[in-house]
Write a protein that binds this ligand. Structure first.
Ligand SMILES: Nc1nc2c(ncn2[C@@H]2O[C@H](COP(=O)(O)OP(=O)(O)OP(=O)(O)O)[C@@H](O)[C@H]2O)c(=O)[nH]1
Ligand SMILES: [Mg+2]
Length: 414
Protein backbone atom coordinates (compact mmCIF):
# COMPACT_ATOMS: atom_id res chain seq x y z
CA UNK A 1 0.00 0.00 0.00
CA UNK A 2 1.25 3.49 -0.78
CA UNK A 3 2.87 5.22 2.15
CA UNK A 4 1.89 8.71 3.15
CA UNK A 5 4.41 11.55 3.01
CA UNK A 6 6.77 11.59 5.96
CA UNK A 7 6.91 15.04 7.59
CA UNK A 8 10.33 15.93 8.97
CA UNK A 9 10.70 19.17 10.96
CA UNK A 10 14.01 21.02 11.29
CA UNK A 11 14.28 22.73 14.66
CA UNK A 12 16.84 24.62 16.66
CA UNK A 13 17.67 27.95 18.18
CA UNK A 14 18.07 30.89 15.78
CA UNK A 15 21.14 30.98 13.57
CA UNK A 16 22.04 27.30 13.96
CA UNK A 17 21.85 26.67 10.21
CA UNK A 18 18.33 25.21 9.93
CA UNK A 19 17.54 26.98 6.68
CA UNK A 20 21.01 26.21 5.30
CA UNK A 21 20.41 22.52 6.05
CA UNK A 22 16.93 22.60 4.51
CA UNK A 23 18.37 24.07 1.30
CA UNK A 24 21.15 21.50 1.25
CA UNK A 25 18.71 18.61 1.76
CA UNK A 26 16.40 20.01 -0.92
CA UNK A 27 19.28 20.82 -3.28
CA UNK A 28 17.63 24.19 -3.86
CA UNK A 29 17.57 27.62 -2.30
CA UNK A 30 14.13 27.42 -0.76
CA UNK A 31 14.66 29.09 2.58
CA UNK A 32 16.41 32.42 3.19
CA UNK A 33 19.77 32.09 4.93
CA UNK A 34 21.51 34.93 6.74
CA UNK A 35 23.62 35.47 9.81
CA UNK A 36 20.94 37.68 11.31
CA UNK A 37 19.20 35.60 13.98
CA UNK A 38 15.47 35.27 13.38
CA UNK A 39 15.64 35.17 9.58
CA UNK A 40 13.05 32.42 9.18
CA UNK A 41 9.65 33.47 10.45
CA UNK A 42 6.99 31.15 9.02
CA UNK A 43 7.51 27.42 8.46
CA UNK A 44 8.86 26.68 4.95
CA UNK A 45 8.10 23.29 3.38
CA UNK A 46 9.77 21.32 0.61
CA UNK A 47 8.97 17.83 -0.69
CA UNK A 48 11.89 15.50 -1.39
CA UNK A 49 12.41 11.83 -2.04
CA UNK A 50 14.75 10.10 0.40
CA UNK A 51 16.06 6.72 -0.65
CA UNK A 52 14.93 4.17 1.94
CA UNK A 53 12.12 6.34 3.33
CA UNK A 54 10.17 7.59 0.31
CA UNK A 55 8.42 10.88 -0.14
CA UNK A 56 9.29 13.32 2.62
CA UNK A 57 8.32 16.89 3.39
CA UNK A 58 11.04 18.90 5.14
CA UNK A 59 9.76 21.77 7.25
CA UNK A 60 12.15 24.60 8.14
CA UNK A 61 10.98 26.52 11.19
CA UNK A 62 11.65 29.73 13.10
CA UNK A 63 14.19 29.42 15.91
CA UNK A 64 12.48 28.38 19.13
CA UNK A 65 14.55 30.83 21.19
CA UNK A 66 12.99 33.87 19.47
CA UNK A 67 12.94 36.80 21.87
CA UNK A 68 9.60 38.14 23.00
CA UNK A 69 9.23 41.48 21.28
CA UNK A 70 6.97 44.39 22.06
CA UNK A 71 4.83 43.59 18.99
CA UNK A 72 4.32 40.01 20.16
CA UNK A 73 5.53 38.69 16.80
CA UNK A 74 8.41 36.73 18.29
CA UNK A 75 6.04 34.89 20.61
CA UNK A 76 3.72 34.10 17.70
CA UNK A 77 6.62 32.69 15.67
CA UNK A 78 7.68 30.44 18.50
CA UNK A 79 4.09 29.27 18.96
CA UNK A 80 3.91 28.43 15.25
CA UNK A 81 7.11 26.39 15.55
CA UNK A 82 5.67 24.55 18.57
CA UNK A 83 2.37 23.97 16.75
CA UNK A 84 4.23 22.21 14.00
CA UNK A 85 5.45 19.50 16.32
CA UNK A 86 2.10 17.72 16.41
CA UNK A 87 2.06 17.39 12.62
CA UNK A 88 5.40 15.64 12.34
CA UNK A 89 6.59 12.11 11.81
CA UNK A 90 10.24 12.81 12.61
CA UNK A 91 12.46 15.77 13.47
CA UNK A 92 16.00 17.07 13.22
CA UNK A 93 17.23 19.03 16.25
CA UNK A 94 20.09 21.29 15.26
CA UNK A 95 22.61 22.36 17.89
CA UNK A 96 26.19 23.68 17.72
CA UNK A 97 29.30 24.67 19.68
CA UNK A 98 29.18 21.65 22.00
CA UNK A 99 26.45 23.23 24.02
CA UNK A 100 22.94 22.31 24.97
CA UNK A 101 20.85 25.16 26.32
CA UNK A 102 17.77 24.75 28.48
CA UNK A 103 15.59 25.79 25.50
CA UNK A 104 17.06 22.90 23.51
CA UNK A 105 16.47 20.41 26.32
CA UNK A 106 12.90 21.68 26.67
CA UNK A 107 12.32 21.29 22.96
CA UNK A 108 13.72 17.74 22.97
CA UNK A 109 11.25 16.97 25.74
CA UNK A 110 8.39 18.47 23.74
CA UNK A 111 9.30 16.22 20.80
CA UNK A 112 9.38 13.16 23.06
CA UNK A 113 6.07 14.09 24.68
CA UNK A 114 4.53 14.24 21.21
CA UNK A 115 6.10 10.89 20.27
CA UNK A 116 8.13 12.54 17.52
CA UNK A 117 11.39 10.62 17.07
CA UNK A 118 14.34 12.90 16.32
CA UNK A 119 17.99 12.94 15.36
CA UNK A 120 20.43 15.45 16.80
CA UNK A 121 22.69 17.25 14.33
CA UNK A 122 25.67 19.07 15.81
CA UNK A 123 26.17 21.66 13.06
CA UNK A 124 29.02 24.06 12.24
CA UNK A 125 31.60 21.34 12.89
CA UNK A 126 33.99 23.40 10.75
CA UNK A 127 34.00 26.01 13.53
CA UNK A 128 33.71 23.71 16.51
CA UNK A 129 33.86 19.91 16.06
CA UNK A 130 31.84 17.66 18.35
CA UNK A 131 33.91 16.91 21.44
CA UNK A 132 33.94 13.34 22.82
CA UNK A 133 32.82 14.56 26.24
CA UNK A 134 29.82 16.43 24.85
CA UNK A 135 28.95 13.48 22.57
CA UNK A 136 28.87 11.06 25.49
CA UNK A 137 26.78 13.49 27.53
CA UNK A 138 24.25 13.61 24.66
CA UNK A 139 24.32 9.81 24.35
CA UNK A 140 23.47 9.58 28.03
CA UNK A 141 20.64 12.08 27.79
CA UNK A 142 19.25 10.86 24.47
CA UNK A 143 20.19 7.20 24.04
CA UNK A 144 17.51 6.62 21.39
CA UNK A 145 18.49 9.53 19.18
CA UNK A 146 21.15 9.22 16.47
CA UNK A 147 23.78 11.98 16.72
CA UNK A 148 25.57 13.41 13.67
CA UNK A 149 28.49 15.83 13.71
CA UNK A 150 28.04 17.92 10.59
CA UNK A 151 28.96 21.08 8.79
CA UNK A 152 26.45 22.42 6.31
CA UNK A 153 29.12 24.83 5.13
CA UNK A 154 31.61 22.07 4.27
CA UNK A 155 28.85 19.97 2.71
CA UNK A 156 27.81 22.95 0.57
CA UNK A 157 31.39 23.33 -0.61
CA UNK A 158 31.63 19.62 -1.42
CA UNK A 159 28.26 19.41 -3.17
CA UNK A 160 29.19 20.77 -6.62
CA UNK A 161 32.36 18.65 -6.79
CA UNK A 162 30.80 15.37 -5.79
CA UNK A 163 27.56 15.78 -7.71
CA UNK A 164 25.71 12.48 -8.00
CA UNK A 165 28.55 10.29 -6.70
CA UNK A 166 27.98 10.93 -3.06
CA UNK A 167 25.32 12.99 -1.42
CA UNK A 168 27.00 15.37 1.05
CA UNK A 169 23.98 15.00 3.32
CA UNK A 170 24.48 11.24 3.53
CA UNK A 171 25.39 11.17 7.28
CA UNK A 172 22.11 12.95 8.05
CA UNK A 173 20.08 10.85 5.61
CA UNK A 174 21.58 7.69 7.10
CA UNK A 175 20.56 8.79 10.61
CA UNK A 176 17.05 9.63 9.37
CA UNK A 177 16.76 6.23 7.70
CA UNK A 178 17.85 4.49 10.91
CA UNK A 179 15.27 6.48 12.86
CA UNK A 180 12.57 5.75 10.32
CA UNK A 181 13.27 2.02 10.37
CA UNK A 182 13.02 2.02 14.12
CA UNK A 183 10.12 4.40 14.70
CA UNK A 184 8.60 5.59 11.44
CA UNK A 185 6.68 2.93 9.62
CA UNK A 186 7.29 0.32 12.30
CA UNK A 187 5.97 2.41 15.18
CA UNK A 188 2.65 2.98 13.48
CA UNK A 189 2.03 -0.06 11.33
CA UNK A 190 -0.99 0.24 9.09
CA UNK A 191 -3.85 -1.55 10.81
CA UNK A 192 -5.91 -2.65 7.83
CA UNK A 193 -9.48 -2.15 9.05
CA UNK A 194 -10.85 -5.07 7.03
CA UNK A 195 -8.26 -7.58 8.17
CA UNK A 196 -9.88 -10.16 10.42
CA UNK A 197 -13.31 -8.89 9.43
CA UNK A 198 -13.52 -10.33 5.95
CA UNK A 199 -11.78 -13.31 4.42
CA UNK A 200 -10.76 -14.58 1.00
CA UNK A 201 -13.78 -15.10 -1.25
CA UNK A 202 -16.06 -12.77 0.76
CA UNK A 203 -17.99 -10.21 -1.23
CA UNK A 204 -17.81 -6.59 -0.05
CA UNK A 205 -20.24 -4.13 -1.63
CA UNK A 206 -19.01 -0.54 -1.74
CA UNK A 207 -21.51 2.24 -2.36
CA UNK A 208 -19.73 5.08 -4.14
CA UNK A 209 -22.06 7.91 -5.22
CA UNK A 210 -20.96 9.62 -8.42
CA UNK A 211 -22.58 12.99 -7.89
CA UNK A 212 -21.60 16.61 -8.37
CA UNK A 213 -19.01 16.32 -5.61
CA UNK A 214 -17.27 13.25 -7.04
CA UNK A 215 -14.03 14.06 -8.87
CA UNK A 216 -14.11 13.43 -12.62
CA UNK A 217 -12.64 10.19 -13.94
CA UNK A 218 -11.49 8.80 -10.63
CA UNK A 219 -12.55 7.47 -7.27
CA UNK A 220 -11.69 9.19 -4.00
CA UNK A 221 -8.91 7.86 -1.79
CA UNK A 222 -11.02 6.04 0.86
CA UNK A 223 -12.82 4.10 -1.91
CA UNK A 224 -9.52 3.12 -3.54
CA UNK A 225 -7.97 2.29 -0.17
CA UNK A 226 -10.64 -0.21 0.88
CA UNK A 227 -11.15 -1.71 -2.57
CA UNK A 228 -7.42 -2.38 -2.57
CA UNK A 229 -7.61 -3.82 0.95
CA UNK A 230 -10.26 -6.27 -0.27
CA UNK A 231 -8.00 -7.30 -3.14
CA UNK A 232 -5.06 -7.74 -0.75
CA UNK A 233 -7.25 -10.10 1.29
CA UNK A 234 -8.47 -11.91 -1.87
CA UNK A 235 -12.00 -10.76 -1.13
CA UNK A 236 -14.35 -9.57 -3.87
CA UNK A 237 -15.07 -5.84 -3.91
CA UNK A 238 -18.20 -4.85 -5.85
CA UNK A 239 -18.55 -1.13 -6.45
CA UNK A 240 -21.86 0.44 -7.29
CA UNK A 241 -23.91 3.60 -6.92
CA UNK A 242 -26.90 3.86 -4.59
CA UNK A 243 -29.33 3.45 -7.50
CA UNK A 244 -27.88 0.04 -8.40
CA UNK A 245 -27.56 -1.30 -4.85
CA UNK A 246 -30.76 -3.36 -4.94
CA UNK A 247 -29.79 -4.84 -8.33
CA UNK A 248 -26.42 -5.86 -6.88
CA UNK A 249 -28.15 -7.62 -3.98
CA UNK A 250 -30.49 -9.41 -6.41
CA UNK A 251 -27.59 -10.61 -8.53
CA UNK A 252 -25.50 -11.88 -5.61
CA UNK A 253 -26.24 -15.49 -4.68
CA UNK A 254 -25.57 -14.76 -1.04
CA UNK A 255 -25.62 -11.68 1.18
CA UNK A 256 -22.30 -9.80 1.08
CA UNK A 257 -20.01 -10.10 4.10
CA UNK A 258 -20.02 -6.31 4.41
CA UNK A 259 -21.41 -3.16 2.83
CA UNK A 260 -19.23 -0.04 3.03
CA UNK A 261 -20.95 3.14 1.99
CA UNK A 262 -20.13 6.78 1.60
CA UNK A 263 -21.42 8.14 4.93
CA UNK A 264 -23.57 10.71 3.14
CA UNK A 265 -26.00 8.06 1.92
CA UNK A 266 -25.99 6.00 5.12
CA UNK A 267 -29.73 6.38 5.65
CA UNK A 268 -30.72 5.41 2.10
CA UNK A 269 -28.38 2.41 2.09
CA UNK A 270 -29.68 1.17 5.44
CA UNK A 271 -33.24 1.25 4.05
CA UNK A 272 -32.34 -0.65 0.88
CA UNK A 273 -30.44 -3.62 2.31
CA UNK A 274 -31.52 -6.37 4.74
CA UNK A 275 -31.11 -5.44 8.42
CA UNK A 276 -28.97 -8.57 8.86
CA UNK A 277 -26.29 -7.31 6.50
CA UNK A 278 -23.28 -5.65 8.21
CA UNK A 279 -23.13 -2.01 7.15
CA UNK A 280 -20.47 0.61 7.80
CA UNK A 281 -18.89 3.59 6.02
CA UNK A 282 -15.52 4.48 4.54
CA UNK A 283 -15.01 7.10 7.23
CA UNK A 284 -15.67 4.58 10.02
CA UNK A 285 -13.25 2.11 8.39
CA UNK A 286 -10.67 4.93 8.38
CA UNK A 287 -11.39 5.62 12.05
CA UNK A 288 -10.70 1.97 12.78
CA UNK A 289 -7.58 1.96 10.66
CA UNK A 290 -5.86 5.06 11.90
CA UNK A 291 -8.03 7.14 14.19
CA UNK A 292 -8.60 6.89 17.92
CA UNK A 293 -11.52 4.50 17.41
CA UNK A 294 -12.42 3.93 21.06
CA UNK A 295 -12.35 7.63 21.83
CA UNK A 296 -14.60 8.34 18.83
CA UNK A 297 -17.05 5.66 19.97
CA UNK A 298 -17.24 7.16 23.45
CA UNK A 299 -17.41 10.67 21.98
CA UNK A 300 -20.29 9.88 19.63
CA UNK A 301 -22.48 8.85 22.55
CA UNK A 302 -22.13 12.42 23.86
CA UNK A 303 -23.85 13.91 20.78
CA UNK A 304 -27.22 13.45 22.47
CA UNK A 305 -26.07 15.73 25.32
CA UNK A 306 -25.44 18.75 23.09
CA UNK A 307 -27.26 21.87 24.23
CA UNK A 308 -28.41 25.01 22.46
CA UNK A 309 -25.51 27.27 21.39
CA UNK A 310 -22.88 24.64 22.19
CA UNK A 311 -19.74 25.00 20.11
CA UNK A 312 -18.75 22.07 17.93
CA UNK A 313 -15.24 21.88 16.46
CA UNK A 314 -15.18 20.36 12.97
CA UNK A 315 -11.76 18.97 12.06
CA UNK A 316 -11.38 18.46 8.34
CA UNK A 317 -7.91 17.16 7.67
CA UNK A 318 -8.16 16.94 3.89
CA UNK A 319 -8.51 20.50 2.64
CA UNK A 320 -8.46 19.64 -1.03
CA UNK A 321 -11.25 17.11 -0.93
CA UNK A 322 -14.43 18.83 -1.95
CA UNK A 323 -16.32 15.80 -0.79
CA UNK A 324 -15.03 15.94 2.78
CA UNK A 325 -15.39 19.71 2.84
CA UNK A 326 -19.04 19.63 1.87
CA UNK A 327 -19.94 16.96 4.43
CA UNK A 328 -18.17 18.84 7.21
CA UNK A 329 -19.38 22.33 6.39
CA UNK A 330 -22.90 21.75 5.10
CA UNK A 331 -24.40 18.30 5.51
CA UNK A 332 -23.16 17.33 8.95
CA UNK A 333 -24.01 20.64 10.67
CA UNK A 334 -27.52 20.61 9.14
CA UNK A 335 -28.17 16.98 10.09
CA UNK A 336 -26.76 17.32 13.58
CA UNK A 337 -28.92 20.36 14.34
CA UNK A 338 -31.99 18.65 12.90
CA UNK A 339 -31.37 15.46 14.87
CA UNK A 340 -30.56 17.14 18.19
CA UNK A 341 -33.09 19.94 17.70
CA UNK A 342 -30.43 22.30 19.02
CA UNK A 343 -28.95 25.43 17.52
CA UNK A 344 -25.23 24.73 17.44
CA UNK A 345 -22.23 26.86 16.64
CA UNK A 346 -19.68 25.23 14.33
CA UNK A 347 -16.00 26.16 14.13
CA UNK A 348 -13.89 24.64 11.35
CA UNK A 349 -10.21 23.81 11.31
CA UNK A 350 -8.79 22.73 7.96
CA UNK A 351 -5.80 20.65 7.02
CA UNK A 352 -3.29 20.45 9.82
CA UNK A 353 -3.88 24.01 11.02
CA UNK A 354 -3.51 24.46 14.77
CA UNK A 355 -6.47 23.88 17.04
CA UNK A 356 -8.06 26.96 18.66
CA UNK A 357 -6.60 28.05 22.01
CA UNK A 358 -9.92 28.03 23.82
CA UNK A 359 -10.51 24.28 23.59
CA UNK A 360 -12.51 24.18 26.81
CA UNK A 361 -15.19 26.32 25.09
CA UNK A 362 -16.08 23.35 22.87
CA UNK A 363 -18.69 20.79 23.81
CA UNK A 364 -17.64 18.36 21.07
CA UNK A 365 -15.27 17.84 18.18
CA UNK A 366 -15.92 15.83 15.03
CA UNK A 367 -12.89 14.60 13.07
CA UNK A 368 -13.01 13.55 9.40
CA UNK A 369 -11.66 10.15 8.35
CA UNK A 370 -8.26 11.70 7.69
CA UNK A 371 -7.55 9.76 4.52
CA UNK A 372 -4.77 12.19 3.54
CA UNK A 373 -2.91 12.37 6.84
CA UNK A 374 -0.86 9.83 8.73
CA UNK A 375 -2.02 7.93 11.79
CA UNK A 376 0.52 9.83 13.88
CA UNK A 377 -0.78 13.17 12.64
CA UNK A 378 -4.35 12.16 13.46
CA UNK A 379 -3.32 10.90 16.86
CA UNK A 380 -1.43 14.08 17.69
CA UNK A 381 -4.30 16.16 16.37
CA UNK A 382 -6.81 14.94 18.91
CA UNK A 383 -4.32 14.56 21.77
CA UNK A 384 -5.10 18.02 23.18
CA UNK A 385 -8.84 17.31 22.94
CA UNK A 386 -8.48 14.01 24.76
CA UNK A 387 -6.39 15.77 27.41
CA UNK A 388 -9.10 18.42 27.86
CA UNK A 389 -11.81 15.72 28.15
CA UNK A 390 -13.58 16.97 25.04
CA UNK A 391 -15.62 14.23 23.38
CA UNK A 392 -14.49 13.55 19.82
CA UNK A 393 -16.59 11.80 17.20
CA UNK A 394 -15.80 11.03 13.58
CA UNK A 395 -17.69 12.19 10.46
CA UNK A 396 -18.97 8.70 9.64
CA UNK A 397 -19.98 7.90 13.21
CA UNK A 398 -21.83 11.20 13.59
CA UNK A 399 -23.67 10.62 10.31
CA UNK A 400 -24.53 7.08 11.42
CA UNK A 401 -25.79 8.45 14.75
CA UNK A 402 -27.93 11.07 12.98
CA UNK A 403 -29.43 8.27 10.88
CA UNK A 404 -30.13 6.16 13.95
CA UNK A 405 -27.73 3.39 12.90
CA UNK A 406 -24.67 4.12 15.04
CA UNK A 407 -24.59 0.69 16.73
CA UNK A 408 -25.14 -1.14 13.47
CA UNK A 409 -22.45 0.84 11.64
CA UNK A 410 -19.78 0.20 14.27
CA UNK A 411 -20.77 -3.22 15.64
CA UNK A 412 -18.38 -5.17 13.38
CA UNK A 413 -15.36 -3.28 14.75
CA UNK A 414 -16.20 -3.49 18.43
N1 LIG B 1 30.54 28.13 9.78
C1 LIG B 1 29.36 27.65 9.50
N2 LIG B 1 28.33 28.48 9.30
C2 LIG B 1 27.13 27.94 9.01
C3 LIG B 1 26.92 26.56 8.90
N3 LIG B 1 25.62 26.35 8.62
C4 LIG B 1 25.03 27.56 8.54
N4 LIG B 1 25.94 28.52 8.77
C5 LIG B 1 25.74 29.98 8.79
O1 LIG B 1 24.95 30.31 9.92
C6 LIG B 1 24.15 31.45 9.63
C7 LIG B 1 22.70 31.14 9.94
O2 LIG B 1 22.24 30.17 9.03
P1 LIG B 1 20.70 29.94 8.76
O3 LIG B 1 20.61 28.73 7.91
O4 LIG B 1 20.04 31.16 8.29
O5 LIG B 1 20.27 29.62 10.25
P2 LIG B 1 18.79 29.38 10.82
O6 LIG B 1 18.91 28.39 11.92
O7 LIG B 1 17.85 29.07 9.73
O8 LIG B 1 18.48 30.79 11.47
P3 LIG B 1 17.06 31.49 11.77
O9 LIG B 1 16.20 31.39 10.58
O10 LIG B 1 17.45 32.89 12.07
O11 LIG B 1 16.48 30.81 12.96
C8 LIG B 1 24.40 31.77 8.16
O12 LIG B 1 25.34 32.79 8.09
C9 LIG B 1 24.95 30.47 7.60
O13 LIG B 1 25.78 30.67 6.48
C10 LIG B 1 28.05 25.69 9.10
O14 LIG B 1 27.99 24.47 9.03
N5 LIG B 1 29.23 26.30 9.40
MG1 LIG C 1 16.22 30.05 9.10
Amino acid sequence: MKKEEVYIGIFGKRNQGKSSLMNLLAGQNISIVSDTPGTTTDPVKKSCEIFGIGKCVFVDTAGFDEQVQADGLGKMRVEKTFDYVQRLDMAILLISENSLAQAEKDFARLLSENSVPFIIVHNKADVSALSPGFASMLARLYPQNPLVDFSVREAEAAAPLQKAEKNPCEPILKALRALYEKHGAAALPPRPALEGLIKAGDCVVMVCPIDGEAPTERLILPQVLFARQCLDLHALPVLCQLEELETVFKKLRKEPALVITDSQVFGSVAQRIPATCPLTSFSICLAKQKGNFEHYIAGTSQLSKLKNHNKVLMLESCTHQINCHDIGRVKLPALLQAKTGKKLEFVYVSGLDPLPDNLSDFAMAVQCGGCMVSARQLENRIKALVKNNIPVSNYGMTLAWCNGIFDRATAMFR
